[in-house]
Write a protein that binds this ligand. Sequence first.
Ligand code: MN
Length: 255
Amino acid sequence: MRILLTNDDGVYAPGLRALLPELRRLGEVVVVAPATEQSAVGHSVTINNPLIVQEVLDEERRPLGWAVEGRPADCVKLALRELLPARPDVIVSGLNAGSNAGINVLYSGTVAAAIEGAFFRVTSIACSLEYSKPTPPDFARGAALARRVVEQLLARRPAAGSLFNVNIPDLERHTPRGVRVVPQNLAAFEESYDRRTDPRGRVYFWSNPEFGCPDPHPDTDVTALAEGWVSVTPLQFNLTHENLLREIGDWNLRL
Ligand code: MN
């Protein structure tokens, strides 16, 4: 099996490096990942700058893949259109430092890379590990758990282009209880900003990284993680609202 491994934390991120040996148990792994951290860039792509690529080696100085000076979605596009010798059987994005659950899925570079893979009709799996800052998470353990889920998803031979979002709960707080297949939580997150004034009197803001979901819907990815379960959510990138599409078809819109 040919596996493309990517992420949004960068090619040298410990989460990606922890997934590497786990995925090598499943097949041949090539890495194409951003040269620098690209968390929360969502599905942005680079159009006004060159996408500089550099070959990278693994710990044993064997060819590992490419670092791309671009976004996660750029990496997947370049991998499939230019860099890989053959089309991968699966794309794995992660292991992200931090969960990608609820509406955060829409901001996530980790998930965007997987969505880009699904555009190419390649089965793609985003993998993220929740953790409580500032404690560094146990990426090795998280990666082993993620690989077990990836392996089982692929064993079911999902249709080409299937898209999955896998989250591992905070391993400091939980011994994972098992796997739950749950929908994405849709509640808004509670964000906050620190308002400050710079030495020249200008107001600026820092977004507070510790935003939570105060009112999660039951039986969703957010609640499953909070209860110590690994969450698996199948996703789709079709944003068309099918019911409204039918309804407004009768609205007689005209010029
Ligand atoms: Mn990230």
